[in-house]
Design a protein around this ligand. Structure first.
Ligand code: ZN
Length: 91
């Protein structure tokens, strides 16, 4: 699906409709030294390390695409709820 790179919507900070720039939200890089990652490494250590069943056959074919919007006037950014798409591109 083609998504326009400019969008006019309500800005809660400006309290009016303004122009927003649109980008596709991407998950941040995994940091190996973070608490969750460290805990998981401890859990997985040794014989029989996997503590919960791993999901192998997923029911869904697509992943949700979340849009990241940024107000052109106050630089306030907000996210739009993800929609299931096979392919999303900002044009
Ligand atoms: Zn704004």
């Amino acid at each position: 699906m083609k998504i326009p790179k400019m969008l006019r919507t309500f800005c809660p900070k400006c309290k009016t409709h303004t122009e927003f720039t649109v980008t596709i939200h991407k998950a941040g890089k995994r940091q190996g030294a973070r608490k969750g990652e460290r805990d998981q490494a401890i859990r997985k250590k040794g014989y029989g390390g996997q503590k919960f069943p791993m999901q192998h056959n997923q029911a869904k074919v697509t992943k949700k695409t979340t849009l990241q919007l940024q107000c052109k006037e106050c630089k306030h950014s907000l996210m739009r709820e993800g929609v299931r798409l096979k392919k999303a591109e900002v044009v």
